[in-house]
Ligand binder design. Structure first.
Ligand code: 6CS
Length: 280
């Protein structure tokens, strides 16, 4: 029986795993040394917001900033990104975390390590006053052959519209809330979809009697986001979760998110594993 040369593969695999684990464990050390965590946001108030002078706020960054400070990372530096580009950007190390209201769904949970739930919301439509086309669900939009819906690129509402049967050429990718509002006002789309609190914020600021919200969208679930980390950074995610749990227990979490309109009880009534449809 010819002697089989010992394969190096198991040793190489073990070394690779050790290097990966070591690198991941160092992520928090790197952030501490760097002095800030690079976060992806969408600039969609009240989830995330960047003022004209560059100040980052919104419920998601406000929670993340406090937690990172408690982990020894003094600040967060935000980059505005389309929802569909957030996970690729995280994986490409352009961001250290996504804190943007990126809703937990099994497909996303397969790609990132989510914290426990932070911001929960239902879905909404922005329509002309009186809802002339009677849209109550994404299926209603699919049934109307002329109806065009605006939604964020790579966002939940885009996927809900496509999954409901709205053809690709009637799902218009909209870069941000103000663009969506203008496109609706100008008649370039018939409905614009974002979560309830985002549409509410647009309406409040628009001061336009010619638009209204339809909410909740029938047949669309209530979603919750979490902070999202690279799969190999579960040590950082777990450390984030420890601080998040303390804030939830002390009432500090509610004090940060509820002035923005979010419900702490909604986030505390569910878990990452329930929202991901399994362990994440
Ligand atoms: O997670 C998402 O895809 C959705 N989240 C928010 C906060 N706004 C729109 C986006 O589609």
């Amino acid at each position: 029986m010819p002697s089989r040369k010992p394969t190096l593969f198991p040793a190489l695999l073990a070394a690779a795993l050790l290097i990966a684990q070591g690198a991941a464990a160092d992520t928090l050390a790197t952030l501490k040394e760097q002095g800030f965590a690079r976060i992806a946001i969408a600039n969609e108030p009240p989830y995330t917001s960047v003022t004209a002078d560059g100040k980052v706020s919104g419920a998601a960054p406000d929670v993340a900033r406090v937690i990172f400070q408690r982990l020894g990372v003094p600040d967060v530096v935000a980059s505005i990104s389309e929802y569909g580009a957030m996970i690729p950007g995280l994986q490409a190390h352009r961001f250290d975390a996504i804190t943007a209201g990126l809703f937990m769904k099994p497909q996303r949970c397969a790609a990132v390590a989510y914290s426990q739930p932070i911001l929960c919301d239902a879905e909404a439509f922005l329509v002309k006053t009186g809802n002339p086309k009677g849209f109550k669900s994404f299926a209603d939009i699919a049934k109307d052959p002329k109806a065009r819906i605006g939604a964020p690129g790579g966002g939940t509402e885009e996927k809900l519209a496509l999954d409901a049967g709205v053809p690709r050429d009637r799902v218009i990718v909209v870069p941000d809330g103000q663009s969506g509002l203008k496109m609706l006002q100008d008649g370039r789309i018939d409905v614009y979809s974002l979560p309830v609190l985002s549409i509410s914020d647009l309406i409040k600021k628009a001061n336009d009697p010619g638009i209204q919200m339809v909410a909740p969208v029938q047949g669309a679930p209530v979603y919750c986001d979490g902070a999202a980390f690279r799969k190999q950074d579960t040590a950082l995610r777990d450390a984030f979760d420890v601080e998040l749990a303390k804030m939830k227990a002390s009432g500090e979490f509610a004090k940060i998110i509820e002035p923005y309109g979010f419900s702490a009880a909604a986030a505390m009534s569910t878990t990452r594993d329930q929202l991901c449809g399994g362990p994440n």
